[in-house]
Write a protein that binds this ligand. Structure first.
Ligand code: GLV
Ligand code: GLV
Length: 318
């Protein structure tokens, strides 16, 4: 079988070989749509990254032998799942404790950096602005007793919550399948001092944080996004920060990556990281293992544990 890997990735891909012809893109950059089609043509399995856009046309161009797409990410909004299912193509992703922990840790790094103004303070120190201790220098917000609002309580959201206990914060969360402790989004926005996003990007969540929802947030509160950029309307966020309604935002993901609103980048109370929340050695290795497993399992007719479109299994391409 032919397997195409759209970019060289950290983690062990050796097990993929196992009788298969494995071809990895020679470019150390994302492929253009044309390059992806050209190189992947004839592949039975595709190992894709979150910045590869894969819709039905791309699947058809790769050919009728394409059986599985293993996305090297937890999120799979870059793949048209309905069109994959229609074609009998299995899609897998890489949810695992290593990724959940890495993203939860990065989320907390951002929460603390925001509440204690670490990036601003570091910048000032480096530029020589620290002339001696001052009583009112870089005052932040203590987290103890404050409320953390977790939007989306899946694997990652739950791990973010667990870490909040150590800071003695109150927790509110929203959950797609509601439970006795979950609240609605409006309540969460109105009562939280820090709101952190952990929902996948779907038609329902696209721009769910917009002018109206930002206005419901407490004045002086913070927003953290390590989910997907398009969950937030970046333009509305800029306005809310400019008006001083939100006290700050920390963003690992952006609406139109890798482009970021220049005004956002220029704000001292905004922290940006380049989509690295899951970028630990441990998480990347686990992701590779899951992606490899998704491809090998599918090609040997074993339902992968990490299948995204379970409904395809009985009608999958063989
Ligand atoms: C990273 O953004 C992922 O979805 O794994
Ligand atoms: C601060 O450094 C203090 O000693 O209060």
């Amino acid at each position: 079988m032919k397997i195409f890997v759209t970019r060289k990735i950290p983690g062990d891909l050796e097990p993929l070989k196992n009788g298969n012809e494995v071809i990895t893109s020679e470019f150390d950059r994302p492929l253009t749509a044309e390059e992806l089609i050209e190189k992947a043509k004839g592949a039975d399995g595709l190992l894709s990254l979150l910045n590869d856009k894969i819709d039905g046309d791309v699947m058809d161009a790769i050919g009728p032998q394409l059986k599985v797409i293993a996305n090297y990410a937890v999120g799979f909004d870059n793949i048209n799942i309905a069109e994959a299912t229609d074609r009998g193509i299995v899609v897998t992703n890489t949810p695992c404790v290593e990724v959940d922990e890495a993203v939860a840790e990065h989320t907390w790094a951002l929460v603390l950096s925001l509440s204690r103004r670490i990036v601003e303070a570091d910048e000032a120190t480096r530029r020589g602005a620290y002339k001696g201790w001052e009583p009112d220098m870089f005052l932040g917000m203590s987290l103890i007793g404050k409320t953390l609002g977790i939007v989306g309580f899946g694997g990652i959201g739950a791990m973010v919550a667990r870490r909040a206990e150590g800071y003695n914060m109150n927790i509110l969360y929203t959950k797609r399948t509601k439970d006795e402790k979950s609240v609605d989004l409006d309540t969460l926005l109105q009562q939280s001092d820090v709101v952190t996003l952990h929902v996948p990007l779907t038609d329902e969540t696209r721009h769910m944080i917009n002018k109206e929802s930002l206005a419901k947030m407490k004045k002086g509160s913070f927003l953290v996004n390590t989910a997907r950029g398009s969950v937030v309307d970046e333009h509305d966020l800029v306005n809310s920060l400019r008006d001083g309604h939100l006290a700050g935002a920390a963003l690992d993901v952006f609406d139109n990556e890798p482009n970021i609103d220049p005004e956002l980048i220029g704000m001292p109370n905004v922290i940006t990281t380049p989509h690295i929340a899951s970028a630990t050695h441990e998480a990347r290795e686990a992701m590779a293992k899951l992606a490899v497993g998704g491809i090998l399992d599918t090609l040997s007719s074993k339902e992968p544990v990490n299948i995204v479109n379970k409904e395809v299994w009985m009608n999958r391409r063989k």
